[in-house]
Design a binder for this molecule. Structure first.
Ligand code: C2O
Ligand code: CU
Ligand code: CU
Length: 549
């Protein structure tokens, strides 16, 4: 039944757990991993001397988000035991956070305490984008129950960048994130510090999320069949956990770090006065050089960093960061306008005719509707010594000819079975890995994400954009193609892709194929890959892949 090579790490974990419990064989000839690899509460190891040691406690609390009653949220509260006390910075009055700051190469110990108020809310923290051993990546099988803890000890191996963290229990991630559990993990390094970028008060992290609130100001997250299938959409945009954000800024240059922390909403970000966006970084840190874009697509899980220069703006000037309308993210609907998207094939969120359901709440703007994200007001005149650097960083390029499967990409087909999204026709199984999901340690591979659900058929109505995320590290996108019949929607978004930098999450529109190169280095073990539409993920659009030595 079980035919697998055990890595050293697996053996160590088994030895440490004291018991070897084997899971049953999965479907489709998948082989099973031992179901219990870790004791539920691994302890800190005395041999590990952290540069930063903190506790992150997930608990229910109340915050003032809207006028009137406070809102019950679930959030992480950090306590720093050793290291720079400013390394974990709370966002006052917000459910989000903390913002964790670390340097590349630092050793970090984080003790996660699950103090969630509902006994069935097991949880585990995943460090999105970080290159880590499987045991500290936050695999769903490592989730701990309320009252339990999980100790992470790792070295920050990534280059500088805007990474983040959020819960990853199977089937419950969407609700826990919606209730407030997420924060940024900002890594710095020497290359970044030499780049000459705005820092301190000119370095502004901005987490974009949509939420719906009921009449008592409580967060709404009810999943009917439609929102499970399409994703839950909120009614209003929050930035760093706050609605209607206005930033009072100076006539200076700013580094704006944007994360789409929404469960399912995709944004087409632009300045409302048509100033192009100057992009300096993507998911995995700085680009080689700044690029200019009319707009940037930001799907759930993705990050982008902007150089926003306001030095020529008059005092009192205002501009808005908006999400422009776009079409096609939900199949082959007619070109989208705010509130009026869709057409024959485009099933819509929000007010849905015909299918007798809603995704999100009835008054949620459709996916692709125009939205305001935040407002910038030029409030002060200050001199700005910095100029936009011509070069930012060096990015070593993977070469396709070095890939072990250079002419034979590993397919990841985004498929649907009945009302359920799947990967290669399979739903998530906690400890299963199919033969096609095994990769070799120390190899480079081409993966091809294929979003071609029944093109041209009636099922086109079900075609959807999926942000696909691979745990374990960063990859490079090397090509995209789209089916001719789905080119219309794609044409409206493709100029907002940021494929020149390191990525860990990639938006794949209906009819699109994306090829990427990913190296599997340092760490053997099971990692997940999944759709970062959290309702899709929770409903099983996730799988393990296993790196074998
Ligand atoms: Cu940000 Cu597996 O997730
Ligand atoms: Cu991740
Ligand atoms: Cu999806």
């Amino acid at each position: 039944m079980l035919r697998r090579t055990m890595s050293r790490r697996d053996l160590l974990r088994l030895a440490g757990s004291g018991a070897l419990a084997l899971g049953g064989a999965g479907a489709l000839g998948a082989c099973a991993l031992p179901a219990t690899l870790e004791p539920a509460q691994p302890a800190a190891s005395p041999a590990f001397t952290p540069d930063l040691d903190l506790t992150m406690r997930a608990a229910s609390t109340e915050v003032q988000i809207l006028p009137g009653p406070k809102t019950t949220v679930w959030s992480y509260q950090a306590t720093v035991h050793a290291g720079d006390p400013a390394a974990a910075q709370a966002i006052p009055g917000s459910y989000l956070g903390p913002i964790i700051r670390a340097r590349s190469g630092q050793k970090v110990r984080i003790t996660f305490e699950n103090a969630l108020p509902e006994p069935d809310q097991e949880s585990i923290i995943h460090w999105h984008g970080l290159h880590l051993p499987a045991a500290v990546d936050g695999h769903p099988s490592d989730a701990v129950k309320p009252g339990e803890r999980y100790v992470y000890e790792f070295t920050v191996a990534n280059r500088a960048g805007t990474y983040w963290f959020h819960p990853h229990p199977h089937g419950k991630t969407g609700r826990q994130v919606m209730m407030g559990m997420a924060g940024l993990f900002l890594v710095s390094d020497a290359e970044e510090q030499a780049a000459g970028l705005p820092s301190g008060a000119q370095d502004i992290p901005l987490v974009i999320q949509d939420r719906a609130f009921d009449a008592q100001n409580q967060i709404v997250y009810g999943l009917d069949m439609m929102s499970q299938m399409m994703g839950f959409l909120g009614e209003r945009v929050l930035v760093n956990g706050t609605p209607d954000v206005t930033l009072d800024l100076a006539t200076r240059a700013y580094r704006l770090r944007l994360l789409n922390g929404s469960n399912s909403r995709i944004y087409k970000l632009a300045w409302d006065d048509a100033t192009p966006l100057t992009v300096i970084a993507s998911d995995g840190g700085l680009l080689e050089a700044p690029v200019s874009r009319p707009f940037v697509m930001l799907a759930p899980g993705e990050r982008v960093e902007l150089w926003a220069d306001f030095r020529d703006r008059p005092l009192g000037a205002e501009l808005r960061l908006v999400s422009q309308p776009f079409a096609g993210a939900e199949g082959v609907g007619a070109p989208g306008e705010a509130g009026g998207m869709g057409g024959m094939g485009g099933m819509q969120h929000g007010n849905m005719g015909g299918m007798g359901g809603t995704a999100g709440t009835a008054s949620a703007p459709a996916l692709g509707a125009a939205l305001d994200i935040l407002r910038v007001r030029i409030a002060r005149q200050e001199a700005e010594p910095l100029t936009l650097p011509a070069r930012l960083a060096t990015i070593p390029r993977h070469r396709r000819e070095d890939a072990v499967n250079k002419d034979n990409p590993r397919p990841v087909a985004l498929t649907m079975n009945g009302m359920q999204w799947q990967l290669n026709g399979r739903s998530y199984e906690m400890n299963a890995v199919a033969p096609e999901e095994i990769v070799r340690l120390d190899t480079l591979e081409v993966w091809e994400i294929i979003n071609e659900q029944n093109p041209g058929a009636m099922m086109d109505a079900m075609g959807m954009a999926h942000p696909i995320h691979i745990h374990g590290g960063q990859f490079q996108v090397i090509g995209r193609a789209v089916l001719p019949e789905l080119q219309a929607g794609w044409a409206g978004v493709k100029d907002g892709y940021l494929d020149e930098g390191w990525k860990d999450t990639v938006l794949v529109m209906p009819g699109e194929r994306v090829r990427l190169l990913m190296a599997f280095r340092d760490h053997a073990g099971a990692f997940v890959y999944h759709c970062h539409n959290l309702e899709h993920e929770d409903a099983g659009m996730m799988r393990n892949y296993r790196v074998e030595a």
